[in-house]
Design a binder for this molecule. Structure first.
Ligand SMILES: [Zn+2]
Length: 456
């Protein structure tokens, strides 16, 4: 028993030692949309050519290494690299080496939202936008409101940090950063010992907790909140039934708002785990009054998709053209399995026919999964490639498919994943070369993937 505890303590320490840390202060001015930061990065992982990524709306006042101001080179938007970084600026410190114990301090300020020509800044709202509206600030880790790290040689991007941050927001009544519980008041000292993506949701709103779920800025009543907490718990239990990563930290649901054009999104949501930002208000209509269960398949799809990102998108992820496949297509495939589990085979088949295997989709020619040469569109990410994965399941069986998914979650470390990486993982997880070839012939090297999936 003692030995086990000692080993556990050792592995946790090793993990933390490799995780970069952010300490310092963030000042938020809600009425002017202004953010001022004085943050120090420590615990540097080994990187060949590191740059610090920051939202391009930020102006750096000072960059210091171990207390001394230093020079830096600029890298605009990392052209040709991950889309994820396109709205950021890179600052490469002029240092010969950045050692594990180097302390890099950044002082910067900016006012948001920023606007500009669509071809440069992008005119819509999104997960990468720092949004202020109705006295609330919303900013996911993809906004790089807080710094991220990128290795300019390997493209490896780090957005997960442990943190010790003082937030000062005189007009706020509630402050939340992903990885810690929301706090009442205009000041918060937030400390996370485990690495997290820094999702901020701060402003004038109320929050509450039901079971394992926080509700931020939500008008759902307590009984609806209990229903949603139960639904999320069911989804997470289903994923844990074949994905062995034990993670049951509380999830925070925050009400989404948009600063983009009203026609930009029908309904949108995003996850910066453990926070899901979505239209919580519509959930009250999607819960069955009699059973108290979340019976709306599309709402179930949305939340189980976002929860699946805990595994694919956050843990298993790619920094190249395959990012959408490893993040979105896998999350979509997983949420379809959650739907099948919750609503049964008939409801699952019906959803496949009505959403993914439509006549329109059957008539379209798609880019084969092994032939990605440029950024793929949402139809490929969210509709077609999830069906390619369904084809893999149909070829190898659900047990082998789930074993592959778990193998990837447990073992895949690289973020330079491509088509070949999937094949290697499949073979290493126990899928035979013969079955893999059968899958490729039926669902990858063919224009008839969807027809084959339907058995036509
Ligand atoms: Zn997604």
């Amino acid at each position: 028993m003692r030995l086990t505890l000692a080993l556990l303590a050792f592995s946790a320490q090793t993990l933390l030692a490799q995780t970069p840390k952010i300490t310092g202060a963030l000042a938020i001015d809600l009425s002017h949309g202004q953010i001022t930061a004085d943050l120090t990065l420590t615990n540097f992982p080994k990187m060949d050519n590191p740059a610090i990524c920051l939202n391009r709306g930020m102006n750096i006042k000072d960059l210091q290494a171990d207390g001394k101001s230093i020079d830096y080179n600029l890298d605009w938007g990392f052209p040709g690299r991950s889309l994820f970084l396109s709205s950021t600026m890179g600052y490469s410190p002029n240092l010969d080496t950045i050692l594990h114990d180097t302390r890099l301090t950044l002082r910067y300020t900016g006012a948001f939202p920023t606007y500009g020509p669509a071809e440069i800044v992008g005119s819509g709202d999104g997960m990468d936008v720092i949004a202020f509206k109705n006295n609330i600030l919303r900013a996911s880790h993809q906004t790089f409101l807080c710094p991220g790290l990128v290795d300019r040689t390997t493209n490896q991007t780090i957005t997960q940090f442990t943190y010790d941050i003082e937030v000062n927001c005189p007009e706020c009544t509630s402050i939340y950063i992903g990885g810690t519980a929301p706090v009442n008041g205009s000041k918060a000292h937030l400390v996370a010992e485990a690495p997290n993506d820094l999702m901020l949701y701060a402003g004038q709103y109320a929050f509450s907790k039901q079971g394992n779920t926080w509700f931020l800025n939500s008008n759902l009543n307590a009984s609806n909140q209990i229903s949603i907490d139960a639904a999320l718990d069911g989804m997470r239990r289903f994923y844990r039934s074949f994905l062995t990563t034990k993670n049951n930290e509380p999830v925070a649901l925050a009400q989404i708002f948009s600063i983009g054009s009203p026609t930009q999104y029908e309904d949108w949501a995003f996850a910066a785990f453990p926070c899901i930002v979505a239209n919580l208000s519509s959930l009250s209509r999607q819960i069955d009054k009699t059973s108290g269960q979340l019976t709306d398949v599309m709402a179930y799809r949305l939340y189980s998709h976002e929860l699946a990102h805990q595994y694919f998108g956050l843990k298993v992820k790619s920094d190249n053209l395959y990012w959408g496949f490893y993040s979105e297509s896998f999350a979509e495939y997983l949420c379809l399995k959650a739907i099948e589990n919750q609503f049964g085979a008939a409801a699952y088949e019906k959803l496949l026919r009505e959403r993914y295997l439509t006549d329109r989709a059957l008539a379209r020619k798609f880019i084969h999964l092994d032939a990605l040469e440029k950024e793929i569109d949402n139809t490929h990410k969210y509709y077609y490639y999830p069906m390619v994965l369904a084809g893999l399941e149909k070829t190898v069986g659900k047990t082998s498919m789930f074993r592959l998914l778990n193998f990837m979650v447990e073992n895949v470390q690289s973020t330079n994943l491509n088509y070949e990486s999937l094949k290697q993982a499949a073979l290493a997880s126990g899928i035979s070369g013969e079955k893999w070839t059968e899958f490729e012939n039926t669902y990858v090297h063919t224009d008839n993937c969807l027809k084959n999936l339907m058995g036509k």
